[in-house]
Design a protein. Structure first.
Ligand SMILES: NC(=O)c1ccc[n+]([C@@H]2O[C@H](COP(=O)([O-])OP(=O)(O)OC[C@H]3O[C@@H](n4cnc5c(N)ncnc54)[C@H](O)[C@@H]3O)[C@@H](O)[C@H]2O)c1
Length: 268
């Protein structure tokens, strides 16, 4: 890691109090940036403030409230004098098919995952024009294909993927880059669903790399996309999923035909 790659830069991270967002706050601080971490839940923000007193401002913000998001971005510029990167990361999930998901829940999922990216980008872009800055959205592999029983989340993340492309082309000539990271399963809640004894083996089996990701492995991708190392990348939805979406979903032919496969190899 280059501890100076983001020196002098100012970054806002939404959903910065926990999981991928908190790892992203740490990563940018480690790479020299000043960071404003925003979250609706003050607990995680407090943990970060206890740990870092320099170059970090925390702010309780509900990203579904456009005025609050505008205040957040203005507060970042007031605190540090500029804005270089807006990380629209906050997200929420609900289970269900279109038949199961109630309209209020559908709206909530759209508000947190999609409207918030629109609000954050809308507030940030005038400041990013001044710095030649960039936006990184946390989308998901659930924005690239469907997941059984996750219809609202997949619809919202699919929209984030295309919003990323559209903002990239609209603002490229203003010197702004817009990208997203599309994580696969990431262990943000140890002891939660991905650690459940029934689920862990399924994840390990289905993911070619044999494990779920860690928040820091997504934070590093966000920091890369925000950096000059990605200076010619815009409109890209970068998958970080241990190979999960590289797979067609067909059976593992190597396992199924292991004997025949080995016999054929021996015969060669
Ligand atoms: N963990 C995964 O497997 C995974 C996979 C793909 C994409 N993602 C995406 O990564 C992003 C971060 O998720 P995570 O896994 O770190 O989850 P997380 O639950 O660890 O963190 C999400 C954070 O967002 C905050 N948040 C929720 N609603 C908010 C609101 N209205 N305003 C402000 N903050 C709000 C929460 O308080 C929490 O701190 C999300 O966009 C999520 O959809 C996660």
């Amino acid at each position: 890691m280059d501890s100076t790659r983001h020196s002098g830069r100012v970054v806002v991270v939404t959903g910065g109090g926990h999981g991928i967002g908190a790892a992203t706050v740490r990563r940018f601080l480690d790479e020299g940036a000043s960071v404003v971490a925003a979250d609706v839940n003050p607990k995680g923000l407090q943990r970060l403030s206890d740990e870092f007193d320099d170059r970090l401002v925390t702010r309780v913000t509900d990203v579904t409230d456009e005025a609050a998001v505008r205040d957040l971005v203005d507060a970042a510029v007031a605190a540090f004098g500029r804005l270089d990167t807006m990380v629209n990361n906050a997200g929420a999930i609900t289970m269900g098919t279109v038949v199961d998901v109630e309209p209020a829940d559908w709206r909530r999922i759209m508000a947190v995952n999609l409207d918030a990216v629109y609000f954050g980008s809308r507030a940030a872009i005038p400041h990013l024009i001044a710095t030649g800055g960039n936006i990184v959205n946390t989308a998901s592999i659930s924005g690239l294909a469907g997941n059984y029983g996750l219809v609202a989340y997949c619809a919202a993340k699919g929209a984030v993927v295309n919003l990323t492309r559209n903002m990239a082309i609209d603002h490229a000539r203003q010197g702004i880059r817009v990208n997203s990271v599309c994580p696969g399963p990431v262990n943000t809640h140890p002891g939660g669903m991905m650690d459940h004894p029934n689920m862990k083996p399924v994840y390990e089996h289905n993911i070619p790399m044999g494990r779920v990701g860690e928040p820091a492995e997504i934070a590093s991708v966000i920091a890369f996309l925000a950096s000059d190392d990605a200076s010619f990348i815009t409109g890209h939805n970068l998958v970080a999923d241990g190979g999960l979406t590289a797979h067609t979903g067909e059976p593992n032919f190597t396992d199924l035909y292991a004997e025949e496969f080995r016999a054929a190899q021996r015969a060669r």
